[in-house]
Ligand binder design. Structure first.
Ligand SMILES: [Zn+2]
Ligand SMILES: [Zn+2]
Length: 161
């Protein structure tokens, strides 16, 4: 993700309005590794600037995603998560109990679609999601949040061409 100043220039060049509220949202996203929901971005930004509405946060996040400056991810946690780390290819660890998401840097370049299983797709790169339980949830007594959650992470691979 570009710096708040670079994003301001980019938005202006694209003929978009850049308000103080939007710049505050840019700052809130900077270096955030938690893959926040729009609500969490709103909580963080409005702690600095009370006048920021959730609607402004939604609009700004979707414009940033449309410009490719952040990624809007559906990782199966029930809410869209926003990732300012779009420079480096990476994968994700998802806690199936609390929904916490972290970047996973690992080389899965040997992962491939078996010959004949392409279904006619021209297959691009794979994004791997490992599901399991985060350190905090593992410390808690099992089943205190949601019952019936597994302990091991079956991976999900989403292919994009
Ligand atoms: Zn957790
Ligand atoms: Zn990420």
């Amino acid at each position: 993700m570009k710096s708040p100043d670079e994003l301001t220039a980019l938005f202006r060049a694209a003929g978009r309005k850049v308000t103080a509220q939007r710049q505050c949202i840019f700052r809130a996203l900077q270096g955030d590794v938690t893959h926040p929901t729009a609500e969490l971005v709103h909580a963080k930004a409005s702690a600095e600037m009370e006048t920021i509405s959730l609607k402004t946060v939604y609009q700004t996040l979707h414009e940033l995603a449309a410009l490719g400056e952040i990624a809007a991810l559906d990782l199966g946690t029930g809410t869209t998560r926003f990732d300012p780390n779009v420079e480096g290819r990476h994968h994700h660890l998802v806690c199936r109990q609390c929904g916490k998401v972290r970047d996973l840097h690992a080389d899965f370049s040997t992962l491939s679609v078996p010959p004949g299983a392409e279904e006619g797709y021209e297959v691009g790169e794979a994004e791997v999601v490992f599901r399991g339980r985060c350190a905090e949830c593992r410390r808690r007594r099992p089943g205190t949040r949601r019952a019936g959650t597994g302990r091991t992470g079956a991976g999900r691979v989403a292919a994009r061409s």
